[in-house]
Design a protein around this ligand. Structure first.
Ligand code: SAM
Length: 265
């Protein structure tokens, strides 16, 4: 059985450390503060898919370091609220926002499994990059997202935990070693979106992205083992490497699938 391993406290608590920035750059090609399976290509497609425009009101669920939200706001002049349950993530995000003097972006510490503190029809777009797998009541969350979107508003989210084949008990333990996870059968997300009122526009298979990112992330960290272990501790370093190897194996063998969903209210 695998033990609990920390990813997010280290990634966000050490966000400004050069070694973590180098790992991000080597993994993704561009440092947008990621801790997900979103490739740079996907990062650049998301604003088009969401039809972002100046003054669009956008909500990001699980914004992590906030770096991607800030990038979107700078590039598209949209207004963004980001929420994350990790205290260090929100601290890093607010520091970045202050340094960039971007008043149209706000970051709040919060749990997206609870009722969202926004009025009905407040947002033009809502997105969540590799976050819904961590949130217990997915149907409740989708209903809440439907409520806070304006009519015609866009939803985008990815789920890298769709079951595609046989997975052992040990693999499930390692794949879940960094926190709470929900694995879903194929078709479940589509059904939940329909029940919440959404019209599904597209489901794209991005499983390969998870495999590519996991492999690059593992390699980038392995090269810097000594320094990363001095921040994380050696057993956490090894635990995260095992987690990344497991993501690579399960995704490259298509036993776990990653889908990117786009839907409209
Ligand atoms: C895989 S990371 C993705 C972060 C970011 N979206 C990205 O692309 O790099 C998942 C994020 O979800 C956040 N998270 C987990 N459970 C949450 C919850 N209940 N409410 C809000 N955020 C949550 C984590 O703290 C983490 O930042």
């Amino acid at each position: 059985m695998s033990v609990k391993v920390d990813l997010y406290d280290n990634a966000y608590g050490n966000y400004q450390e050069q070694v973590y920035a180098l790992v991000r750059t080597e993994t993704y090609g561009e440092d947008l503060g990621q801790t997900s399976w979103v490739t740079s290509e996907e990062s650049y497609e998301i604003p088009q898919i969401l039809h972002l425009a100046p003054e669009s009101q956008v909500f990001e669920i699980g914004c992590g370091s906030g770096r991607y939200a800030l990038h979107l706001s700078e590039k598209y002049a949209c207004r963004i609220v980001g929420v994350d349950s990790n205290v260090s993530a929100i601290r890093a995000a607010n520091q970045l926002a202050t340094a960039r003097a971007l008043s149209q972006v706000r970051f709040d510490h919060g749990d997206a499994s609870k009722r969202l503190q926004f009025a009905d029809a407040s947002f033009d777009a809502v997105f969540a990059n590799d976050v819904l797998c961590h949130i217990p009541e997915r149907f409740q969350l989708l209903k809440e997202v439907f409520r806070i979107l304006k009519p015609g508003g866009m939803l985008l989210f990815s789920d890298a935990l769709v079951i595609g084949g046989l997975i052992s008990q040990q693999e499930i333990a390692i794949r879940s070693s960094i926190g709470y996870y929900l694995f879903s059968p194929p078709g479940k997300n589509e059904a939940l979106m329909r029940r919440s009122g959404f019209r599904l526009i597209k489901r794209r298979d991005t499983t390969e992205n998870a495999a590519v990112i996991a492999q690059r992330w593992h390699r980038a960290r392995e090269k810097r083992q000594q320094l990363l272990s001095s921040f994380e501790g050696n057993s956490n370093f090894q635990g995260l490497q095992q987690f990344l190897s497991c993501v690579y194996t399960l995704s490259s063998e298509r036993r776990l699938l990653r889908y990117l969903y786009t839907a409209q209210k």
